[in-house]
Design a protein around this ligand. Sequence first.
Ligand SMILES: [Mg+2]
Length: 193
Amino acid sequence: MEILAHEIAFDFDGVVADTFRLFVQMAKRDYDVDIDYESIKEYDFLRIIKMDQDHVAQLFSTLTYYPHELDLEPNAGAADVLTRIAETAPPISVVTARPISGPVERWFEKNIPRIRPDSIRISATSESTAKLEILKQHGTRFFVEDRLDTCHLIAAQGITPIVFDQPWNREAHPYTVVKCWDEIDSLITWNGR
Ligand SMILES: [Mg+2]
C-alpha cells in the first residue's frame, strides 16, 4: 500500500482525538458511572452501558460544542503526523460526522497550534453515511476511521479504509488496522510528492 500525504483523510473522534476516553472520565466524574474503556465492544455503546439518557445527552452536547474547553487530548503521535501533512501536502482533511466544524477548528488551534488554520479542512457531515460523498468530492483514496460501518460503506465505493484500533472495532474485517499514529506515519510515502 502506497499512500501519498494528500490522498489520506481522517475521522476526528476516536482517531485524531481521544474522545471516548474523555467521555468515560466525564461519566465517572459527573455522574458516577463507571465504564471500563476496554469493555466498549460496540460502537453504539449506549446499548451496552446503563446510563441516564439526559446525562448522555449532556455529555454529548459538551463534547460536541466545547471540545476546545475540555481536556480532550490528541491521540499520541497525531500532532506530529498531522503537522507533517500540513507542511508537505496541505490541507489536512478531517471528515467528521459531527454537526458543526467550528468547535473542531478551535480544538485544533488550542491543541495543535503549530498547524496553521488554513492548512486544515474540516468537513462536518452530521451523518456518518454522508462522509462518503465528501471523501469522493475531495478525491480521497484512504480514510482512517474507527467505525466499521463507515469503513464498509466507503470500501464498497473504492475508498480504502484504514481502521484505527479501538475496542469496538475488533471483529473480523478485511482492512488494514493501525494501533497508533506511528503506524499511520509509516504507511505514508512522505517523499512521494
Ligand atoms: Mg470516530
